[in-house]
Ligand binder design. Structure first.
Ligand code: HEC
Length: 131
């Protein structure tokens, strides 16, 4: 590779990184273990209103277009604070922090957001990626 092309490649890589603010923002992450635990907790605490597959019932759908419009592109922390502060609707804040973390991992997974190396935490950094 000549110096000239390697420079061009470096410039392109830089543009790809700086191209959108979203590319710079860290994506939220969780582990499969958390999501698995979350699916069990969800069944016990959330599914009676949101449906077993979170497609909605007495409460709104937590997947698909509804989720996209409400949460994609937003800080992960915002979703965590909403869930842990307001849900279950009939017992807001009634679950342990670890349980809320696991349930959120499950919801991310249901929406096709991939798991990663790092676990989801109580004060999650990053954003929920746009589609
Ligand atoms: C007793 C019924 C009920 C239970 C149980 C319940 N929810 Fe809800 N949930 C609702 C209702 C009703 C709303 C709509 C509230 C509103 O718009 O003010 C809602 C809204 C939400 C939203 C916001 C949806 C959106 O996109 O605007 C999320 C996220 C959510 N619930 C998650 C959960 C989770 C996670 C659990 C389990 C820990 C849970 N809910 C348990 C009834 C329930």
């Amino acid at each position: 590779m000549t110096i000239r092309t390697s420079r061009a490649v470096a410039a392109m890589a830089l543009c790809a990184t700086l191209g959108s603010g979203e590319a710079l923002a860290q994506k939220v992450t969780y582990t499969d273990t958390q999501a698995l635990r979350g699916s069990q907790e969800f069944a016990g605490a959330c599914s009676k209103c949101h449906g077993g597959a979170a497609t909605g019932g007495q409460g709104p759908a937590l997947v698909g277009a509804k989720f996209d419009a409400a949460w994609r592109g937003k800080p992960a922390k915002q979703l965590f604070e909403f869930i842990s502060g307001n849900m279950p609707y009939d017992d807001p804040g009634g679950l342990g922090k670890d349980t809320y973390v696991a349930i959120m991992a499950h919801i991310l997974k249901l929406n096709g957001i991939p798991s990663g190396q790092g676990p989801l935490v109580v004060d999650p950094p990053g954003v929920i990626p746009a589609r």
